[in-house]
Every structure is written in structure tokens, then in C-alpha cells.
Design a protein around this ligand. Sequence first.
Ligand code: CA
Length: 390
Amino acid sequence: MFSYLLYVLALGVIGTGLIQKKKHRPKYKIIGFRDEVSIEETEGILSNHGIKIKKHLPLANACLCLVDEISAGFKSLTANDNIEFIEDDYIAMIQVIPQTADSLKIKSQTIPWGISKIEAPKAWKHCQGEGIKVGIIDTGIDQRHPDLKANIKVAHSVVEGTGADDDNGHGTHVAGTIAALDNDIGVVGVAPKAEIYSVKAFDNKGRGRVSDIIDALNWCIENKVHIINMSFGFSVNSQALERAIREVHKHNIIMVAAAGNSGGKDTVLYPAKYPEVIAVAASDNKDKAADFSSSGPEVNIIAPGVDISSTYINQEYRLLSGTSMACPHVVGACALLMSISGADADNVKNAVLSTARDIGLPEETQGVGLVDVSAAVSNIKKTKGGFFYE
Ligand code: CA
């Protein structure tokens, strides 16, 4: 009887402990301020409510804070007129289909099917993407890869406690589709002389926090990149990310994102879903849509995304599939066009979208159609004239 009482008492103590622990676990929140509130003012407001800032997110006029939701300070903050939104620090995922692919053995340089399919090699006699800075927000990059190294201008990480190296493989694969070198080994990218600005915002499991993605977008602006590759997505509309995307757009930077690997109808993920971002669906080598490819009215264009060979970590090459693989084909196409023509972001974007090839799929699946570099070059020649190397 006595031991039973002790047992009940012990359960009670453990139970209370668990409840208390759960109640008081602090959580990261993004606190967004009204446009007219300055950074100095946000510091004052948060400090008055006893909330410490983990980091500023100036692109979203917001702060990342570790908060205790049941504290009096946080509760009173939610009623403050200067606050526009408070949201979780959501997690986005890279858009690759999980698979256990072996390393590819490539004897001499082979042009991947997707690069030929979008007619990129026809443009190479004019130019190969020289002078165009491409920001890649991803899992990092293999900085020692012999088929990428010469094009990597900067490799940076915004993930706390992690270097710029790729510990997943995804970022290195995406980078290769954009700008693997035209040499005698491995693969070749759409724009083999474009400059790679790699910024790691995703961990080894392919997860990236909105706060880190916003940091990475800010880094892209500071480094004056021309185009940003975003082979990731998630289904929540983060107000902080939406604000940041609008700011990047004001800087005349082309943003391209993976439509998503959710399949089905009306399944386009953010950030591809935002109007400022080109949403890319995935096709196979027979011009059919990949069954995993998200669809919906926000899909802008379709590009190769099934069994794509590209560079991989440990100086290897691999086949991967996903709208993550389609996205960099469009980024590479934009880089080639911008380099060839000297045209600005809007003209390049219009040329790529207006010349895509209709492959007979529903508009919600293919957008305007399959990206066609050769047709886009002819188009921009007509409108811009004079800029060419011919
Ligand atoms: Ca190569």
C-alpha cells in the first residue's frame, strides 16, 4: 500500500514536471513591424516587453526572437500597434525526390539530356554566361569539385555553426546544372561561365528556416547577384518571406523557384507561388510532366527535372529528380540571355517566358511551356539588337 502511494506520488511529480516543462519551452518567432517602424524603434519596443532579439531581418522589417508565449511581456506585445505580424520560424524543404542513387561514372564530358533539350548548346557560340552572378540559396556547395571550382566566386553560410560546404549534395547538384564547367570531364551546365555565389541556408537534411532564407536573400542583394535559384518550398505563406521577396524584386533581381514535388492540382509551393518569382515545373525527356510536379495557376514554365545528371559532393556525379532540378535550368537560361544581350531582369524574364515551347500539357502543368534558350536568344536579338557578339 505504502509503495503504491509512493508510486502515485512519483507519477504526479513527474507529470507536473512534464506539464511545466512544456508550458515554459521558449520558441523562435518572427516578429514583423509596420513599415514605418525603424530598426532602433523595434529594439526599444522589444526590450520594453522583455524580449531579446536573436537577429534582425531588415528585408522583412522583422526580428527573430526566442520567446516564451505565456510570459506577460509576450502577451502584451501581441497587442502593440507597431506589430504587423508574429509567426513561427517556418521550415522550407529542398524539392528533390529521395532516392538511393549510385555515383555516376562519366569517362569524358557528357552533355546532360536537359541541357540539350532546352537548346542551351546553340547559344554557347555567342556566350556562356560570362559576367553574370548567380545566387544559389541551398545546402552549400562542394568547393573542391573540379567541374565547378573555377566558377565559384564566393561560398557563404547563414546557418549557425555550419560552414559553406555542402553536407547534403543537393546544392552541388543544382550548381552543376547552372554552371558546371565546359572542359573535358563530367557534365556541363546551361551557362558554363556564369559566376556562382553559393549561400548555405539549408542543413544536411535539406531543411531551411525562413529566418535563414531571408538572411540569404539579403546576402544576395549585398553581393549584387543578377539571378537567384531557390530549389526549395513549403506550403505556408510566411508574411516575413513575402516581404523579403518583394524587397529583392525591387532590386531588379530575377528570382526562380521550384514549383514543388507535391503532384496533384493547385499544389504550387511558396516561394514559387509569389508573383515576383518564376515557378518552374518538371518534365521528363519525352516532354511529359513528372508525376511529382506540383501544378496550379502559378506555374510559369516547365523544364527538365527527371533523371538529371550533375555534380555531387565528394567530387562525384549523380542522377537526381525533382522540381529542384528543373529550377536551375531556367536560372541558367536567364544567365545566358542576360550575358548575351546585356538586357535587364524584366526583358530577360519576358524573353524566356514568351519563347517557351508549348509541349501540349495543360497550362496549370506547363505554364507557358518548355524553356527554349535558342528561341529566347532570337527573340531578345530582335528587341535589343546591337548587343551581340556576332
Ligand atoms: Ca565539365
